[in-house]
Structure formats: structure tokens, C-alpha cells
Ligand binder design. Structure first.
Ligand code: FES
Length: 165
């Protein structure tokens, strides 16, 4: 009788959130299955494309390893169930839905364009946004929804569909 662990599940890609060109892209070998235990995240680089592989509570998901706020590497953040936390401004993003779960502390625009002010601790007055281009850039930065790459398991290897063009 075999004691081999079952292959991990691949998480479904939320509707409309496939990365551009990924639906018809060829699969590339990314990582050995054993190198991505449940609850782990890894960065895998293909040319100049950094991909985050995350073994979430829904299965394995692949998205850009760039925060949809200001592009920080999500792979050095943290993963809780299906939510990845960004190490830079503490934004949280739900890998099961692609949605913003918590706005970055710097504030800015949600995907639908709704403005969210700079975070302030509970009970404190909102921080005044100083005038200037940096503050304006923060206010106009739109946090996008995540974009996904198809994943499959072939034998002991995790493969990801990577656009080549
Ligand atoms: S870069 Fe990730 S929350 Fe700002």
C-alpha cells in the first residue's frame, strides 16, 4: 500500500482575473511540490516576471509577486488562510477572490475608484495629508484586484502558465 501524499489542489481562478495572455500561455516548470507546503509562499521568477506561488486554504494560487498597491513583493509578507498581507503598507488581499481585504495604510483608491484616506489609529483624528506631489501620488494610486496565472500539478512538479510574448 502506498503512503504517498495526495497531490495538492489547485485553487480556482476568480472570474475575470486571469493575467493578460495567461489563458493560452504554455506551462513552465515552477517548483517541486514538496517545496511548497500548505500555508507557504514562494517567489518563482521567469525572465523578468516574478510570480507568487501560495498554498492557500483553497489550494495553490499563482499571482504576480507584486503588491497591487505599489508593487512590493508579497512573497515576503504573510499568508493567513487565503489572505496575503503585504510587508510594505500592510494591505491585505484575498487570494480566493482577488479583492482588497484591507486597504494599505497610505490610503488611495479602491479598485472601483472609491477614495480611502490615510489610516489613523482608532479614536485619533485623521492625519492631515500634506500638500505636494507625493501625497497626490498616494491619493491617486489605485489598488487593483489580483491577477492570476493558471497552475497545474504534473507528477512532483508545480507548473504555471507563463505568457511568453
Ligand atoms: S505596496 Fe503593498 S500595501 Fe503598499
Amino acid at each position: 500500500m502506498s503512503t504517498r501524499a495526495p497531490s495538492p489542489v489547485v485553487a480556482p481562478i476568480p472570474d475575470g482575473l486571469m493575467a493578460i495572455g495567461a489563458a493560452t500561455a504554455p506551462y513552465a516548470s515552477a517548483l517541486a511540490v514538496e517545496d511548497l507546503p500548505a500555508g507557504a509562499m514562494r517567489r518563482v521568477t521567469f525572465g523578468d516576471l516574478d510570480v507568487l506561488l501560495a498554498y492557500t486554504a483553497n489550494g495553490i494560487a499563482a499571482v504576480d509577486d507584486r503588491c497591487p498597491h505599489m508593487s512590493a513583493p508579497l512573497s515576503i509578507g504573510y499568508l493567513e488562510d487565503c489572505v496575503v498581507g503585504c510587508p510594505l503598507h500592510d494591505g491585505r488581499f484575498d487570494l480566493a477572490t482577488g479583492d482588497v481585504e484591507r486597504m494599505p495604510t497610505t490610503g488611495g483608491l479602491l479598485p472601483d475608484g472609491t477614495y480611502v484616506p490615510v489610516w489613523t489609529p482608532e479614536g485619533k483624528d485623521p492625519k492631515p495629508d500634506p500638500p505636494g506631489l507625493k501625497a497626490e501620488a498616494r491619493r491617486f494610486t489605485r489598488v487593483r484586484r489580483l491577477r492570476y496565472y493558471p497552475v497545474r500539478i504534473v507528477g512532483d512538479t508545480i507548473e504555471v502558465a507563463i505568457p511568453t510574448g
